[in-house]
Design a protein around this ligand. Structure first.
Ligand code: NAG
Ligand code: NAG
Ligand code: CU
Length: 187
């Protein structure tokens, strides 16, 4: 029994030493920034979440490169973390604590003007897809604020992952969302 209770603590310590990151079991109160760096199939991205000082939610800064011109790449917060194997299929479905998808009864359509119709993790649905800036660039960059997402409670982004999809829904790139204490943590 003692060994079992020690295991989570050991796992948490290992993660903190490796990346100076905080695990989901650390107190989210200390998290000011969280970052995911999905990569795969020639795509490299970063999604940074920063706690808004007024407590209304999170600022998101999103970057991606290696995008094919004219292609719309959806991306989302998926419920499960990426396992050590890196298999994006293991991340399960989208973060959706209010069950927007189930309530839509198979006719899910996220209307950004009515965010209650959207899964909380449907970042592409609410804020738009990743798509290359044009004129030969393979890069994309955007920033926005979310009053839906948080580092605390049911809509916490911590412990989940980011997945970037091809238009045919194939999972191209994924990474875990890792929390940090330092507010100026780089993307
Ligand atoms: C986002 O990308 C998907 C897949 O490519 C596409 O079906 C959808 O229409 C795009 N959404 C917008 C707003 O362009
Ligand atoms: C889906 O899109 C990816 C990337 O464009 C492509 O490599 C893959 O073959 C496609 N899969 C199917 C089943 O069409
Ligand atoms: Cu997804």
């Amino acid at each position: 029994m003692r060994l079992v209770s020690l295991l989570p603590a050991l796992a948490a310590a290992a993660v903190v030493v490796a990346g100076q990151g905080l695990t989901p079991t650390d107190n989210p109160r200390y998290v000011t920034v969280a970052i995911a760096r999905p990569s795969g199939n020639g795509i490299r991205g970063a999604v940074r979440f920063t706690r808004l000082a007024d407590g209304s939610g999170l600022q998101l800064d999103v970057q991606a490169e290696g995008l094919e011109g004219g292609v719309q790449y959806p991306y989302h917060i998926h419920v499960n973390p990426v396992p050590a194997s890196g298999d994006c299929m293991a991340t399960g479905g989208h973060l959706d604590p209010d069950r927007a998808k189930a309530l839509a009864g198979g006719a899910y359509r996220c209307d950004p003007a009515q965010t209650w119709t959207c899964e909380a993790g449907d970042l592409a649905g609410i804020y738009g897809n990743l798509t290359a800036d044009g004129s030969g660039s393979s890069k994309f960059k955007t920033s926005y604020r979310s009053t839906v997402l948080s580092f605390d409670g049911r809509v916490s982004v911590l412990g989940h992952s980011i997945v970037i999809h091809a238009p045919n829904n194939t999972r191209l790139a994924c990474a875990n969302i890792v929390g940090y204490k330092k507010a100026d943590h780089k993307m």
